[in-house]
Design a protein around this ligand. Sequence first.
Ligand code: ATP
Length: 513
Amino acid sequence: MTQQTDQFKKVISHAKEYGFVFPSSEIYDGLSAVYDYAQNGAALKNNIREYWWKAMVQLNENIVGIDSAIFMHPTTWKASGHVDAFNDPLIDNKTSKKRYRADVLIEDYVAKIEAKIEKEIQKASKRFGSSFDETQFRETNPRVLANQEKVEAILKRLGQSLEKEDLTDVKALIEELEISCPESGSREWTDVKQFNLMFGTKLGASADTAMDLYLRPETAQGIFVNFLNVQKTGRMKLPFGIAQTGKAFRNEIVARQFIFRMREFEQMEMQFFIPPGTQEAWYNQWKENRMKWHFALGMGEEKYRFHDHEKLAHYADAASDIEFRFPFGFKELEGIHSRTDFDLSSHEKFTGKKLQYFDPERNENYVPYVVETSIGLDRMFLAVFSNALTEETLEGGATRTLLKFPFALAPNKAAVLPLVKKDGLPELARTIVEDLKWNFQVVYDEKDAVGRRYRRQDALGTPYCITVDHQSLEDQTVTLRERDSMKQERIPIADLKATIQDQVSIASLLRKL
Ligand code: ATP
């Protein structure tokens, strides 16, 4: 087993053990690729959502937020292209009877070659020490070059055959690469077929009048159908954006990798409406803005990269993913798409209504172009959580497990701990909780020795522990312990609010943008 999968297993079990993520309906043995957020997970998820929402809506005068319904008129999905084109290519293994996404099988194969390249680089870096030049090594090492060429050739061919909908060639590629079923090891494959990912449901009581509906597979269409309503009632001038967060549903074929790929998930999307002809500049601007949002979290700039698309969706003239280094490798976290006027024009055609904007500067009516940013909240949760989970060896050889969350995202910002359960210390600790709770989330914990309580809060990612001891009764000071450095300082109770608030607020992140 590789180190990466070991780390990923730890992420999943820590998320369960410390009350972040539970399998859905677990007492019935769970439901595949559906998860529930637990007491700490819901708090972390809310904080990520708040950071995104405020960065979009609060900081930008020309971006407003809405909350549209999950159910939409079924023709919406004809117009958006989802009825005809929201498909994944799937393939079955004849021996194991397991179903896979054909493109994912090939991408996993490519990931293995990429892992070989990384290993080669790590080995060389150890060998050469500080004089190692990674760029030069990548450009000159014959084994790395050969593997890199292989990766590029495979991805290019996959991109081209998917674009041409040449599913026979996708199967041929799987056969040529001798990809076998991860379960059975067999190479007996069926043909590749298309499979629509939307969940259907019905609206109405009687069988003959019921209307076929879909659960929305993306939140974006709720924004497009409201474009004119928002533009008129908000008196919005181009360029302007509409943001929304909410649930989306996809009947994913290969539902795996924990909350990375779920059947019910949450998206945070923003559609930015612009004059035609300005899309390239805005697309680049939003790529930059979004990367800044990620970098402000301080999780390490080397954990992110852009991946520009070879194969463009039916609605796009340019598209790029922000990929994050998850425990199982670099994978898509967010998409930035230049969607042209596809959606609004298509809704015009299907409804017969004009969805246009009168541009006073150009003195003309037109259908605006759109640049979209779309990030999965659950994927962002997984990025933050897996990046935070750390095991440290302390002086003396003991280990501690901690979640090094960016402070502003941590579920609890501080834990108040009376040193002992007597002598009036719990009472003083409670008054501190009462005082701080108006400003941020605080917890009270009096069980077990204080050292064990510190470990518990570390494992939950709580940035600060406030310890109340006998001296506190005399001079109204407490010990403030910081999670990552474990440094402790004695500070007046009266200074707690200001000291902590500055470090843990969402505003502290927003100021970096
Ligand atoms: P993928 O290629 O991984 O299936 P996608 O390109 O279909 O993703 P988009 O339609 O661009 O994804 O959706 C935007 C974002 O929504 C993605 O970047 C991802 O973060 C999130 N997302 C999409 N599908 C899922 C899912 N099944 N579970 C969790 N998050 C998802």
